[in-house]
Design a protein around this ligand. Sequence first.
Ligand code: ZN
Length: 501
Amino acid sequence: MRFELKGKLAFSSELSGLTGEISSIIKGAEPVLSRGAPKGKETEAARVVGWHVAGSELELEIESGRYVRAHDALLRIAKVLATELGKKHKMGLRGITASDYRIVLPIAEAPAEAVAELKKLPYEVTVGESSVEIHLTGLSEADLRGRLVDRLVSMVEEAVSRTSVSAAEPKVIREGPKRSHAFRENPFDVARKLGWIRDFPGRGQWIYEGPYAKLFRAIEDIIIEEVARPLNFEEVMFPKLIPLEVMQRMPGYLDGVPEGMYYVAPPPRDPEAFKDFKQKIKLTKRIPVEELKKILKEPAYVLAPAQCEPFYESFASSHVRLEDLPVKQFDRSGWTYRWEGGGVEGLIRTQEFQRIELVFLGSPEDVVSIRDAVVDRSTKVVDLLEMEWRLLVATPFYMREGVVGDGSDSSKVATYDIEVLLPYDGSWLEIGSYNVHKTKFVETFKIKEVKGRQVWTGCCGFGMSRWVVAFLAQHGFEPARWPEPVRKRVGKLPPVPKVVE
Ligand SMILES: [Zn+2]
């Protein structure tokens, strides 16, 4: 691994008379540049290979191997120079930049997918036969201090080391009994015709009327009574408006699918700011969107896409004690959102949907066994609802490097998905996802155990909107034909409001 950096230190005054002094400071700083490199690896530490003074700026060329990377060396030498020159000449360091940075990583062989992935990085990356070269220009002090380069290097290393196992297809490991399906229509069309759902101007959003709501609550209650309660999950209520800094800690969201979220930009709480806007809307009867854009502040939140964000946040940067764990909670307090753009589809892919989200924190053994118990009980609920289902092992998007395995060792399975049959077109619909995150979220939310023992998190999402549509797809719209536990709970269906066209 080789790092070659051209850096620049800007000082508050002229340096030209001080070259002798600078030379001896740089010479004296040699030990500082190899501090921390393992024994025997000192040659892989950093050294200054050239420098020259131009006015009040000092340009430095630094090379290094893997240990004490050139950008860290630049920061170290900047500190030494600032201290020495500050003491003797009362001058200050005004800024650190790097105009040019070349990083060469040796690699064995890059799989085609890795090369494709590296090509997508917003930097100049060249993949050769035995090495990857990253070329960066115009790095600011914030880039250098913010570990941008180290993250980029690990990203490249990760991409080339990833084996094709990670791309493994989801695999069916269990199935429920086959069932006959008398009803073969698309429930979306029927629900609209019967007025159970009504159109709403927002794409991928619907108004769900009385009969739908009753069926929804019946199925929701069954899941809570058959899964959440017996496993001692406590109901909580999580916020659905998530500050960006919380979202940033969720692996795979802002850094993985930022295109899949709704962003919320609050206005200034100032009626004056809206004076023109209000006038225009009154006079033109149109919404002055351009005006609105100018008034709103920067986006500061997303509408919850995952529903479990507040759970990890509630332990963020704190210590827990293994003896007090596991914590098991569930939330069913409202809508969550994903921006699907043009990908919306009837009732099965909507922008706004409901889930029961079960979340837990505990020892690795506890987290795996809680997840597995939730999966077991969930398949029993699908049987109780007389739906045809199958269970799959999958790798969630935030754990692309995760081991899928054959499902025989549950602790190695990151995600189980439950899918149910849609008889009208023979496809399978995912209605639940059951995840073990290992230390992934514990790390990003900085959750610590008092004695340093390992804690894991997990979450299980029951896609309620999908449970309902799948139930209707398999059983139709006549309560008399529904399985008894649902029929009993729903009772008489309420009427829907009549609109004359
Ligand atoms: Zn979750």
